[in-house]
Ligand binder design. Structure first.
Ligand code: 7TS
Length: 409
């Protein structure tokens, strides 16, 4: 396992105390904390380099542009993008998926076509496809999940018989922690001629991701879930698909020539980056990538899996606790319920001990309906969490249970 205590020292916020207790931050699937290296990179950018990018004729603006484009190259290398110009900076996964639905989807999906999603998709990999299908008169086909929270491969096969235009799925589920066999799902979808969209919000921070090995077509990620700034993220795509796509947003920066009644467009990726971009976000995200590379994605995955296994082991020993999702091929997300205690009550009680967990539907309402629960409590781990924090979680849960008359096993 990683030396979590040593890594934690790199994160100023984690030194805080909450209600008199050391802060135990277990809501990393929602967003992660930021290391000093990222905070410094952002501050340094503003102290030394800030100017608007791609349009300056002076040295400062050229250096700002170089910093922004170097960040793109850094991120491209991290996920083994097809090409640096195949990385479009966005506000995060949500905007990246809306870009694909709004530009590629609107150009290619017609009445009677099918788009496939899964029952474990986050709303941001579902609602954009609902909007597209409603607009086009296309069918949205949702693939069911198995009892233990995996994509049901036989239902996936049945969905592919419809020869969908687009197949979208999460690499890692934010609500169950399931790691989907993304390369296999992509291969099967390609075999019927579909374009594959992978929601990488929960995989990029936690696994070694190689989009070319996955062989998807579009891959969406969020910077703030991988130690980077809020409002940073990207769409990583095959350049030839981006080249052939109509623009998404219109405005400055994305054009080549503008006449009174029409325009020609800039080359990729700029065609999809209308307006002044979030340069601070890109620079901070590049610093986050450098930090993650320093630790090593494989070691991060291993560490989180060990924490999740320990948490599942501890939690399932508490009478009345149900843990959802698979027991193997999973990431560091542990969703659970405790008897009839409302998950929001669990989160509120744990907060008194300085423990931050999430409670709710996790933006996955179709999944919650299939689990037959309105909500779950969710602990999600990252590289700075340790086994001491799993102990704190289990201990606080037992205390919470006692308040509701549950006797610990
Ligand atoms: N896809 C998945 C699988 C996610 O977990 C999230 C955010 C998103 C997409 C959207 O990412 P955004 O950065 O564009 O907002 N998930 C969560 C969560 O689990 N709790 O809060 C946000």
């Amino acid at each position: 396992m990683l030396d979590a205590a040593r890594l934690r020292a790199d994160f100023p916020l984690l030194r805080q105390r909450e209600h008199g207790h050391p802060l135990v931050y277990l809501d990393n699937a929602a967003t992660t904390q930021k290391p000093e290296a990222v905070l410094t990179a952002i501050a340094d950018y503003y102290r030394t380099t800030n100017a608007n990018v791609h349009r300056g004729a002076y040295g400062l603006a050229i250096r700002a542009t170089e910093a922004y484009e170097a960040a793109r190259a850094k991120l491209a290398g991290f996920v083994n993008a097809w090409a640096t110009e195949g990385v479009v900076f966005t506000r995060g996964t949500t905007e990246a998926i809306n870009l694909v639905a709004g530009a590629y989807g609107r150009a290619h999906v017609r009445a009677g076509d099918t788009v496939v999603v899964t029952a474990m998709d986050h709303h941001s990999n579902l609602v954009p496809w609902q909007i597209l299908c409603q607009e086009k008169g296309a069918t949205l086909r949702m693939v069911e999940i198995s009892e233990d929270g995996r994509v049901d491969l036989s239902d996936y096969g049945r969905a592919l018989e419809r020869r969908p235009k687009i197949v979208a799925f999460p690499y890692v589920s934010n609500a169950l922690g399931t790691v989907n066999p993304a390369a296999q799902l992509a291969r099967l979808a390609h075999a019927v001629g579909a374009v594959v969209v992978v929601d990488g919000a929960q995989s990029t921070p936690h696994l070694r991701v190689d989009v070319q090995a996955l062989d998807c077509d579009f891959y969406a990620l969020s910077g703030h879930k991988m130690l980077g700034p809020m409002g940073s993220g990207a769409l990583v795509a095959k350049p030839e698909l981006l080249d052939a796509m109509p623009p998404y947003h219109g405005g400055g920066e994305m054009i080549s020539r503008v006449w009174d009644d029409h325009s020609t467009y800039n080359k990729i990726p700029h065609k999809f980056e209308a307006g002044t971009p979030n340069v601070e976000g890109a620079v901070g995200l590049a610093a986050a990538v450098a930090y993650l590379e320093g630790v090593g994605p494989e070691r991060i995955a291993e560490h989180e899996q060990a924490l999740a296994a320990a948490a599942i082991d501890r939690l399932t020993q508490i009478e009345g606790v149900t843990v959802y999702g698979p027991r193997d091929h999973r990431a560091g997300v542990v969703s659970f319920t405790y008897g009839d205690i409302h998950p929001h009550d669990i989160a509120t009680i744990l907060d008194q001990d300085g423990i931050c967990i999430r409670a709710g539907h996790h933006c996955a309402q179709p999944l919650m309906r299939r689990l037959n629960v309105p909500a779950t409590a969710r602990a999600s781990f990252y590289l700075y969490n340790g086994l001491d924090e799993v102990d704190a979680l289990a201990g606080a849960l037992v205390k919470a249970g006692a308040l509701f008359g549950y006797v610990p096993a």
